[in-house]
Design a protein around this ligand. Structure first.
Ligand code: UD1
Length: 334
């Protein structure tokens, strides 16, 4: 959102706040240097979603503009892999239902530019890295299937009405935080993902990291992932949105990754460098469902969007640590 504002876009936020605290908003306003319009709406609520678009259309008409919004960047969705295995219907209902409601409201109001947060999880476990966008998609868990399905829904919508311009962004492993240390990742409960867990160990909230397996066919036996700084990821959204204004094809699909794999043990070492002391860890059994190696071929995004990830793993760890050490318990509750 900050990247869009810096690029000159006027942005409104829609969030259900099921996985976010309200106290993030004043910090966003502080960093943006202005007030932000925030709609507390669950997109699965069709009437409330329509209300956002109707309200924006009325304001636009009063100001002599044709559209309430020019484009939507769709990040909404549940994203915990393990939870999706335990509660598949909740994931299909929420992630697909919110997309249907959003796309219907957009179509009713003549808004046909959409950037969607997809995931490298759509490559499943069948191919050797690096992953290119033309590989067939499949998932290994319900969360991943919602991404595969939403991509297909959006392709079908754009095939039925080729005036749509849709960008499907396949994120690899986003980590890091805003360099101000004011906003960052604040998972509820026990973190599922590597970097938030490492950060909570480093700040003293958890005893040690469990490294899931050191017997993979990789140089140090731990899994390789393509970690990407959230600021590079944000820049990728701005590049995709800018591209869509003049795009000749209805749908573009782009990997957002660095093209490099980093092992779990290399991430522990990088995070320890950022902290200035070793972060304790222990090797345990593999986690079911993990693949050995995942990294992007990012050449299409470079060629078509002129986008390339520039921040290093050390930048990612330093920014995460600045956020976590200044906010040991995450965002305040109030
Ligand atoms: C998963 C999802 C991905 C999603 C991402 C962020 C799949 C297959 N993967 O990625 O789609 O975008 O989460 O929500 O659907 N690790 C440890 N100890 C830990 C945690 C992780 O050793 O406590 C290891 C894992 O085994 C893995 C690496 O760290 O090798 C990264 O794990 P994680 O951060 O959970 O991301 P992914 O599983 O790659």
């Amino acid at each position: 959102m900050l990247a869009l504002i810096e690029a000159g876009y006027d942005v409104e936020i829609v969030d259900s706040f099921v996985n976010a605290k309200h106290s993030v908003i004043p910090r966003l306003c502080e960093l943006a240097g202005r007030d932000l319009r925030v709609h507390e709406v669950d997109l699965t609520d069709r009437a409330a979603t329509e209300g956002i678009f109707a309200d924006a259309a009325a304001r636009a008409a009063a100001a002599g503009r044709r559209l309430g919004f020019d484009a939507v960047v769709h990040f909404a969705g549940l994203k915990a892999v393990g939870e999706s295995v335990a509660k598949p219907l909740a994931y299909y209902d929420n992630n697909l239902g919110s997309t249907f409601s959003l796309v219907e409201a957009m179509a009713r109001h003549g808004i046909r530019h959409l950037v969607f947060s997809s995931s490298a999880t759509v490559y499943g476990d069948s191919y050797p890295a690096p992953f290119t966008e033309d590989l067939p998609t499949r998932a290994t868990n319900p969360y991943g299937w919602t991404k595969v399905m939403i991509e297909q829904v959006l392709r079908d919508v754009a095939a039925a009405d080729p005036t749509w311009r849709v960008g499907l962004l396949r994120y690899f492993n986003p980590i890091g935080a805003h360099p101000s240390g004011r906003i960052g990742e604040d998972p509820q409960g026990i973190p599922n993902n590597l970097i938030p867990y490492l950060a909570q160990v480093a700040v003293g909230r958890r005893a040690e990291l469990s490294v899931y397996g050191d017997d993979y066919p990789t140089p140090d036996g731990t899994c390789l992932r393509d970690y990407i700084h959230v600021l590079d990821l944000a820049a990728g959204h701005v590049a995709a949105l800018d591209y869509l204004w003049d795009a000749t094809e209805p749908v573009g699909t782009w990997n957002l990754g660095t093209g490099h794999g980093t092992s779990v043990l290399d991430m522990v070492a990088a995070f320890s460098r950022a902290v200035g002391s070793p972060v304790p860890y222990r090797i345990v059994d593999r986690r079911p469902g993990d693949i050995a190696v995942s990294y992007a071929d990012p050449s299409r995004a470079r060629a078509e969007l002129g986008w390339v990830a520039s921040r290093s793993v050390d930048d990612m760890c330093a920014d995460t640590w600045r956020w976590q050490s200044a906010n040991p318990q995450g965002f305040p509750d109030a």
